[in-house]
Write a protein that binds this ligand. Structure first.
Ligand SMILES: Cc1ncc(COP(=O)(O)O)c(C=O)c1O
Length: 385
């Protein structure tokens, strides 16, 4: 018998999780599938968590988050981007960035509202939009994976309510410049849209670029909810620690929803992160991440472009690259990734997971592979496919 809600029937399961489990039992499989960093969490952060547990921070905390952590987050935005968010009612700590995105969409969408999202995008967004009763409207990308602003203009209707931005991007690694983003902010202002800006890869920017916080762009502050996360920033995706910042007006309704879903995010992890954010080591960790992942990026882009028929743009951020495989023997992303798994034991994600017009692409995550493994992957793809 089918007991589940009709909402669930409207969304597709994630193919990435399936690929992940498929690869797990195979000894020499190499996975470029899952979007998580393989580096260990910093030791000072782990120590801080052990201390928090030993000091008995094991009960509930305040619904919007531990006050010490909220204040550290507000300070971070002031120091790094010159933007003020109120630590008492403009910051929320959630169970991963995913829960912030979910809760924000649940809070702000009314039945039939349209959400503008980029084709391709993080596969969780369209599912969360449907779960919140909204309708996905896909914005085409330019050839270098930025939002096509001219096309966006033609897609805005009176039902448009939210636009989701995600730079650096999962799955493409693209980053839009401040002036490019400003054109989108202007459209959001003219059409009274909420901007949901997912900035979880803010510290994964390469070639000395500084991350652009959308909330700091002229006109954006009053209408932007920013999603962020410690999953990638401190390499602790299993801790499920995310957060959001916005004006008090936008944030307070989100508090109301969040309280009845999780009461509060995990307490000892919040205490540990608040402590670690103040430590000099956290800055060093960010520097380490940038260097490590830039090396991996350089190796994978060079390697992929050396394979006949594969064209790969250089990602400016995140830890994904998104090659076009349409010039190969297997020109369809699903077929290519099946062959990569069957013939070379390499896990790649077909572009069709990320949007409706993505069959020419595959996503290769370099989050969990060393440069040596990247070289091995390239060799296998070159010789076995
Ligand atoms: C673009 C993007 N946003 C949000 C998330 C959610 O991360 P978490 O819920 O672990 O914070 C991910 C995870 O891969 C992501 O790639």
């Amino acid at each position: 018998m089918n007991f589940h809600s009709d909402k669930l029937s409207k969304i597709e399961p994630s193919g990435i999780r399936e690929l992940f489990s498929k690869a797990q039992g195979i000894p020499d499989a190499i996975s470029l599938g899952i979007g998580a960093p393989d580096i260990h969490a910093p030791k000072e952060l782990k120590e801080a968590l052990k201390t928090a547990v030993d000091e008995n921070f094991n009960s509930y905390d305040q619904t919007p988050g531990n006050p010490g952590l909220r204040s550290a987050i507000a300070r971070k935005y002031k120091n790094e981007y010159g933007v003020e968010y109120s630590e008492s009612d403009g910051v929320i700590v959630t169970c991963g960035g995913a829960q912030l995105l979910y809760t924000a969409l649940q809070t702000y969408l009314k039945a039939g509202d349209e959400v503008l999202l980029q084709d391709p995008c993080f596969l969780t967004y369209p599912r969360q939009v449907v779960l919140a009763g909204g309708k996905n409207v896909w914005i085409p990308s330019t050839s270098n994976f930025k939002i096509d602003v001219e096309k966006l203009k033609g897609l805005i209707t009176e039902k448009s309510r939210v636009i989701i931005l995600n730079f650096p991007s999962n799955p493409t690694g693209a980053v839009m410049t401040k002036s490019e983003l400003k054109a989108i902010v202007d459209l959001a202002v003219d059409n009274n849209l909420i901007i949901l800006s997912d900035e979880v890869y803010e510290y994964y920017t390469f070639d000395d670029q500084k991350h652009i916080h959308v909330g700091a762009i002229d006109g954006a502050y009053e209408r932007t909810i920013t999603a962020n996360s410690f999953s990638k920033t401190y390499a602790v995706p299993g801790w499920r620690m995310g957060y959001g910042v916005a004006t008090s007006d936008l944030m307070k309704p989100i508090y109301g929803y969040h309280g009845f879903v999780v009461a509060n995010a995990t307490t000892p992890t919040q205490i540990a992160i608040a402590k670690y954010m103040q430590m000099e080591e956290s800055k060093e960790f960010q520097k380490f991440i940038r260097e490590e992942f830039q090396n991996r990026r350089d190796a994978i882009v060079k390697g992929l472009n050396s394979i006949e028929g594969v064209k790969c743009e250089k990602p400016s951020g995140s830890f994904y690259c998104y090659p076009d495989i349409s010039g190969t023997k297997y020109p369809d992303g699903e077929e290519y990734s099946n062959k990569a798994f069957d013939l070379a034991k390499v896990v790649l994600v077909p572009g069709t997971e990320f949007g409706p017009t993505q069959s020419n692409y595959i996503r290769a995550s370099f989050g969990s592979v060393s440069v040596k493994q990247i070289e091995e992957v390239i060799e296998r793809l070159r010789t076995k496919l």
